[in-house]
Design a protein around this ligand. Structure first.
Ligand code: CMX
Length: 134
């Protein structure tokens, strides 16, 4: 793992939470992006080396809608940057972690991503992410 790339936070209302996190962090979000495949709207804040990703559901079937219904708003996942996502996924699978997608998916903020099932990671949803060179 290279670094903690971002912390994902599930929120009910992105506009309201953007204002809240701007107050906390002292800087506005730098990007808003819809990820249609994941049924989410996202916004990103940068604080030092790490980002905060706010996630709002755009559909009742979204993982974020289900999470908020069950647990309420709050920390949803930790995302670690890797230099080679295929290698990282293979290493995780060999060590017995359950991959939630067998091939990397396209995520927000120009990333290839893969999630590990929280049942195999002490209840923490972990995302592996690799930046896409364009
Ligand atoms: N962190 C920790 N635990 C979580 C969780 C999370 N974010 N989301 C769900 N869980 C728990 C559930 O509460 C449940 O626990 P219990 O069995 O103790 O009740 C358990 O995981 C399994 O839940 P499930 O009913 O099998 O499955 P869900 O339908 O709740 O799906 C998960 C859970 C993680 C498999 C699903 O949310 C998923 O595939 N996530 C990956 C994709 C994703 O999160 N996309 C949104 C973000 C996209 C982005 O960052 O761009």
């Amino acid at each position: 793992m290279e670094k903690l790339e971002h912390i994902g936070i599930a929120v009910k209302d992105l506009a309201v939470s953007n204002q809240l996190f701007e107050k906390i962090l002292g800087a506005p979000h730098y990007k808003i992006e819809e990820v249609t495949s994941e049924h989410v709207n996202t916004s990103f804040f940068k604080i030092g080396e790490t980002k905060i990703e706010l996630l709002e559901a755009t559909h009742p079937d979204s993982a974020i809608a289900k999470f908020i219904e069950k647990k309420g708003e709050g920390i949803h996942h930790l995302a670690f940057e890797v230099s080679d996502i295929h290698e990282a996924m293979q290493r995780m699978e060999e060590q017995g972690f359950t991959l939630l997608n067998k091939t990397p998916k396209r995520g927000a903020d120009n990333k290839l991503i893969c999630f590990l099932h929280p049942k195999t990671t002490n209840g923490v949803l972990i995302e592996l992410c690799q930046s896409i060179e364009e």
